[in-house]
Design a protein around this ligand. Sequence first.
Ligand SMILES: [Zn+2]
Length: 294
Amino acid sequence: MGNQKDRLLRGTALNGKVRAFAVRTTDLVEELRQRHDTFPVVTAALGRTVSAAAMMGAMLKGDERLSIQVRGDGPIGLIAAESNANGEVRGYVKNPHVELTNIRPGKMDVAAAVGTTGHIDVIKDFGLKEPYRGSVPIISGELAEDFTYYFAVSEQTNSAVSLGVLVSPDYSVANAGGFIIQLLPGVTEDEIKELELALSKIPPITEMLEEGLELEDILKRVVSDVTILEEMDVYFSCDCSHERVERALISLGQEELEQMIEEDGKAEVSCHFCNEKYRFDKEQLKSVLERAKS
Ligand SMILES: [Zn+2]
């Protein structure tokens, strides 16, 4: 809506017994749509995944990084998203051109595109030797329920997850975002009942964003006493570079590089995450080969 921009809120409620996140990712998802030329149902699936990634990134600290891989048996194939604690997010899908008929106008069958069996992997890089890995089976394919299940099973945290992407008739992103409400130890049965009641009454996240509701107001509809602890920008960012791609080429090894130089005399490598293309001519490939030898 209007001059609102993508941002993320982290808050607390019920005397610290609840933590809450809300995010608007409209511009981010639109940028991903344009970079990867995603069809509407794919825009929705990727947009939901990166919205979850953005909020889960806000659960990290410092230089920690998060990677989500949704591996369903639907036509999209892999959905990948990465984020960090600074609001930087990127993502891609294996098959951006999936066409599915709508369930009803404006309501897309995301589960049919993602698949209803498979698994979701969450990898958190804390800068330690071994990253944290959590994996849960896909239980719905609509993704919000799947992340709810992930938090319950893999992180032992009961949560309410809402994710949504509204695609315009011209296929651009009208709005996108989500929220996560997490119950921490000490929350009472009555408080849970009250939260569940509030959650059952609120409209879908895309509807609230479309009405122009601020993220604070959206969180207040679920937990009225929410206090905002942090607010940050959320945006697309990819850290690929010519140098990084060069290092990837070096790692292919001498033999493969020699073959590349002989057969094609050039190479074009695109970054999965941002679709940026990196070109190497024969001379550049030769210098890559020299570095591979040393
Ligand atoms: Zn990139």
